[in-house]
Design a binder for this molecule. Structure first.
Ligand code: DGT
Ligand code: MG
Length: 583
């Protein structure tokens, strides 16, 4: 439990801590009102039972001073009205308090989820090579919800706990023996619950976390590759795998919910039995009814109020155990991210600002003594590579599949970081100016990632719809040989492309990627197999438009087809982790 507090203390920010204090103060006021409600039962019963006894009480003198009526029945009516007023005020206040608590929880849920989203977006590209997107989705969405499940349970635990402690203390003052008898039974019960229950629920929670990400994963994998799934008739495999993941999730969830419903009937039986038992013993010992009835009424009302509280207490303790793995997960992620942020100042430079000035590029890109291997492997993909790319020349990288062409391009793009060596734009290290470098360089990959949006939005990529420059979009599309194809579409550049561009042909998708890179008017353009998927005729047309940029832009072209790189000034062959100039 202490562990949870330590981690939460790390996860939540200062403002939220202040808000937590406010919420707890509200809880205390609520507890006071609850106590007032219970405490006014006894005087009422005393008052109803006998005027004589009532007149001896201090509170009665106050009452008659405020309401100087002689008819005792009227006074009783006033007492009844007063009690209902207390309960109405109390419950209106509690409603308001719950509203504040929920707002507090959900506002902060948003904040933490945003913090995660931002941290993830700012991670270097290499981070994502190691992560599955279903895990990220689960972290950002489900884990943060669960984290707030824990915070919610803690807030509720405080709320109910305060009421329970205050009421029990009050009852103790009223009658020690009954309180001790009932309290003892409950204590034994609570110890059993905490011991047995928590371990089991924690395990269920961990299982649930695992199966949740499996469920996400199978949905993504099934629909992400739906065409392959259909052609190969593998619907059943994905259906079964999804079902298996869901079964695991269902198992952990129903076990959890069944377990949380066990204490309720048991607590009720324990409390009522203990209470009636204590009453029986009192009556056997000849307790006077005038004392016994008001006190016992009070205990019954308190039990009526406390029973649900006890149930909820066990529920919250259970929920905390069950959802605790999410706290651990988020704590670890944020810690990891903090460590990563502290480790690399270069990563901080990678945090994008949309309006940074492009890095000046006047002479050449210099690759100096560049060595690289991927994080989870020792094999050096590039070793001590040296090369220069003069401004406004076109340079081709060729080489067999797996030679390291994409890796070298990714290093020049700055999304991968050299293990040793440097890449300089003129004399500036790109890794130290990553944000500005990305305003200088454009990129066209083999597979264009299209958003489920319009063609214009996909060309302008990441620009809000009302800020898109339509003329610029059309110019970029024209340079990518897309004008004719667009003219045939129902809504022109406002045509929806569908998820990942399913409503476009492969060649059209590719040319939108080219238009996207041209829209930002970069100094340098990296094409990684950008035209490989096109038919010969379209490729020739697209390459013509790329060649038209020859001399006004620096082009770095990776291609398998030699015809693609016919017009390049310089050709490097990537082979055995080296770049060898062949033209
Ligand atoms: P391609 O596109 O088939 O013509 O091949 P290249 O030349 O673009 O090859 P590249 O740079 O993608 O891969 C070079 C080597 O690095 C290859 O052996 C596979 C390995 N590799 C690529 N990406 C990763 C990665 O994310 N993690 C690890 N561990 N290895 C990778
Ligand atoms: Mg490649």
């Amino acid at each position: 439990m202490f562990n949870v507090f330590k981690k939460l203390n790390y996860i939540i920010d200062r403002r939220m801590k202040l808000e937590t204090v406010g919420i707890l103060l509200m809880v205390m006021l609520g507890t006071g009102l609850e106590l007032l409600g219970i405490a006014s039962i006894k005087p009422l019963i005393v008052g109803i039972m006998s005027e004589e006894n009532a007149r001896r009480q201090h509170w009665f003198k106050v009452l008659t001073a405020v309401f100087p009526v002689s008819d005792y029945k009227i006074l009783v009516i006033i007492m009844l009205a007063g009690l209902s007023l207390i309960f109405i005020v109390k419950n209106v206040y509690l409603l308001y308090m719950y509203r504040c608590q929920n707002r507090f929880l959900y506002d902060n849920l948003r904040k933490v989820s945003l913090k995660m989203m931002r941290s993830y977006l700012n991670r270097p590209y290499s981070f994502f090579l190691e992560k599955s997107s279903s895990e990220l989705l689960r972290n950002i969405d489900k884990d943060t919800s669960d984290l707030f499940g824990v915070i919610r349970s803690l807030v509720m635990l405080a709320t109910e706990g305060c009421v329970v402690v205050a009421l029990v203390a009050y009852l103790f003052i009223q009658d020690k023996s009954i309180t001790i008898a009932v309290g003892f039974m409950l204590m034994i019960f609570a110890i059993i619950i905490v011991k047995v229950y928590r371990v089991k629920l924690l395990k269920m929670g961990q299982q649930n976390l695992y199966y949740e990400s499996q469920v996400y994963k199978w949905v993504q994998q099934a629909f992400g590759g739906i065409k392959e799934v259909k052609v190969m008739n593998k619907e059943d495999f994905f259906y079964q795998s999804y079902d298996k993941a869901f079964q695991g999730r269902v198992r952990s969830e129903y076990t959890y919910h069944t377990m949380t419903s066990i204490p309720k009937p048991m607590i009720e039986a324990v409390v009522i039995t203990a209470l009636l038992g204590a009453a029986g013993i009192k009556i056997m010992h000849g307790t006077h009814m005038e004392y016994f009835v008001p006190v016992f009424s009070q205990f019954m009302v308190a039990a009526y109020r406390l029973l649900p509280s006890f149930n909820r207490l066990t529920e919250y303790i259970g929920a905390i155990s069950y959802q605790k793995p999410a706290v651990d997960a988020i704590y670890n992620i944020l810690k990891e991210m903090e460590a990563a942020d502290a480790a690399g100042a270069a990563d901080a430079a990678g945090v994008s600002t949309p309006n940074a000035a492009p890095l000046p590029f006047e002479q050449a890109i210099h690759v100096r003594d560049l060595t690289f291997h991927y994080e989870n492997s020792d094999r050096e993909v590039l070793r001590n590579v040296e090369l220069d790319i003069e401004k406004n020349t076109s340079v081709a990288f060729i080489g067999s599949s797996g030679a390291g062409k994409t890796t070298l391009a990714d290093l020049i793009l700055g999304v991968l970081k050299p293990v040793s060596g440097k890449i300089l734009a003129d004399d500036m290290d790109i890794q130290e100016n990553l944000n500005r470098w990305h305003h200088t360089i454009g990129y066209i990959p083999q597979n264009i990632y299209l958003m489920d949006d319009t063609i214009a939005a996909n060309v302008a990529f990441g620009v809000p719809a009302d800020e898109i420059d339509h003329e610029k979009v059309k110019r970029a599309l024209a340079r990518a040989q897309m004008t004719d194809a667009i003219a045939q579409m129902p809504d022109g550049i406002m045509t929806q492309v569908g998820e990942r561009g399913v409503r476009l042909s492969g060649g059209q998708r590719q040319r939108i990627g080219i238009a996207r890179a041209l829209y930002t008017e970069p100094e340098i353009l990296v094409l990684d197999e950008a035209t490989s998927a096109l038919d010969n005729e379209t490729e020739t047309a697209v390459m013509e438009s790329i060649d038209a940029l020859h001399g006004e832009m620096t082009l770095i072209i990776i291609a398998h087809r030699l015809s693609t790189i016919r017009n390049c000034d310089v050709v490097y062959k990537i082979e055995n982790a080296k770049a060898v100039r062949t033209r």
